[in-house]
Design a binder for this molecule. Structure first.
Ligand SMILES: C[S@@+](CC[C@H](N)C(=O)[O-])C[C@H]1O[C@@H](n2cnc3c(N)ncnc32)[C@H](O)[C@@H]1O
Length: 387
């Protein structure tokens, strides 16, 4: 099979885990870029990347790369692309652009120029043109314009890959599925220990953890991918990948709790929809008052960052969380993501690791606290001795 360049897009901070995932699929020439990883692969790898990469948002196949020094050049160069190879007349299309260029201050304008170039190319070649459908197109074209450099790609994913297909409900601040999977992979956890999210909201971290532990591909619940609409779609090749032997045995525990009855019922519905009811246990509990559901596990959690909190200050909540971890969770590793520096300042624990990561537009820190056996007892004794 012919090899070509593939680009996987992700969130800032997840490039390294994504590169590891891509290498594990057997890709060559893996190179880390800003919010993306590029690599070389064939059609099989393109399908696998969409179906199996947990930390990719989009998988792009670049089809043209050129310099643009004048605005008209974008239309001229885009019109020369052999579009009839990539798009059949009966299919609809849309063009998305990412633009940071003095030549094109208006992102929409770049999309419009490429859309016109595609339509005019078709009209000249066939006398007809395919229709545009901006909301739900069959074929998505991606334009990336950084100063004078332009890359035009086919978007092989279609809808963003964070839309796994299992979510039927969400709380006030659900974490993005790709970010949740990335956080878990950063911790190095693949199901070795029992897993706990004490502020689980709609259950995203729990579901992503269960999928990692059981080897369920993230694309398993999705209804479709963009490449299924391409003229060269190889149905048998994709069916073989889809039906492959992915799952592995997992006998550990994955437990979630939340103070909100409503959030736990949303989590329950999502977990049921993902057919993971037998793998994940849920309970309504205040984290600052609960007993550990098991010993020596891992906690990965996404507490409130303070924006919507009314009754309690963010400092008080994180202080109580820190005390609970110290007093009750010796033997655990706790990984916490937050944008709140006030929260982290009040947690009263020294992080063993700090990783910069973005949650949407919010710059966050993802911190690991190692809660050693006896460390609380020791610190109490030291305090007593000092008194
Ligand atoms: C940012 S949301 C978590 C979102 C979740 N990761 C998801 O994907 O839906 C924070 C959660 O912490 C919960 N929470 C706030 N205070 C809590 C407490 N003291 N104990 C347990 N849960 C708490 C909220 O009910 C909310 O669901």
């Amino acid at each position: 099979m012919i090899k070509f360049k593939i680009v996987a897009k992700t969130f800032a901070g997840l490039e390294n885990v994504l590169a590891d995932e891509i290498r594990a699929l057997g890709a060559e020439s893996v190179s880390i870029e800003r919010r993306a990883v590029s690599f070389s692969g064939n059609q099989e790898l393109l399908y696998k990347a969409n179906f199996q990469l947990r930390t990719a948002l989009k998988i792009l196949k670049p089809i043209a790369e050129f310099e643009v020094t004048k605005r008209d050049e974008l239309y001229d160069r885009a019109k020369k692309i052999p579009w009839t190879k990539y798009l059949a007349l009966g299919k609809t299309f849309a063009v998305d652009s990412t633009v940071q260029s003095e030549l094109f201050v208006n992102t929409m304008y770049a999309s419009l120029k490429v859309k016109d170039a595609i339509a005019d190319h078709f009209r000249e070649a066939t006398g007809k043109r395919p229709s545009v459908n901006p909301d739900d197109p069959d074929i998505r074209i991606n334009v990336y314009l950084m100063e004078n450099r332009c890359i035009i790609s086919l978007d092989s994913s279609g809808e963003s890959l964070h839309k796994r297909g299992y979510r039927i409900g969400q709380g006030d601040a659900p974490i993005n599925e790709v970010l949740a999977a990335g956080m878990i992979l950063i911790t190095g956890w693949h199901g070795e220990k029992d897993f706990f999210d004490p502020m689980c909201g709609s259950g995203t971290l729990l579901i992503e953890a269960a999928m990692i532990a059981k080897g369920i591909p993230p694309g398993m619940y999705r209804k479709s991918f963009g490449f299924e609409q391409w003229p060269d779609f190889d149905e048998k090749l994709f069916a073989d990948i889809y039906n492959g032997d992915h799952e592995k045995e997992f006998n550990g525990k994955i437990v979630g709790s939340d103070i909100s009855v409503k959030d736990i019922s949303i989590a329950r519905a999502n977990i049921k929809n993902a057919s993971l009811t037998k793998v994940i246990e849920l309970q309504v509990q205040d984290f600052t008052k609960l007993e550990p559901p098991f010993q020596n596990g891992i906690i990965v959690t996404n507490p409130p960052y303070g924006e919507r909190m009314k009754s309690q200050s963010i400092g008080e909540l994180y202080n109580l969380m820190g005390n609970t971890l110290k007093n009750k969770f010796a033997g655990f590793k706790a990984w916490i993501i937050s944008s709140s520096s006030e929260g982290f300042m009040n947690i009263g624990l020294k992080p063993a690791k700090k990783i910069d990561i973005f949650n949407g537009p919010l710059p966050c820190s993802f911190r690991c606290y190692e809660l050693f056996e006896g460390s609380h007892k020791q610190s109490v004794m030291i305090k007593k001795r000092i008194q």
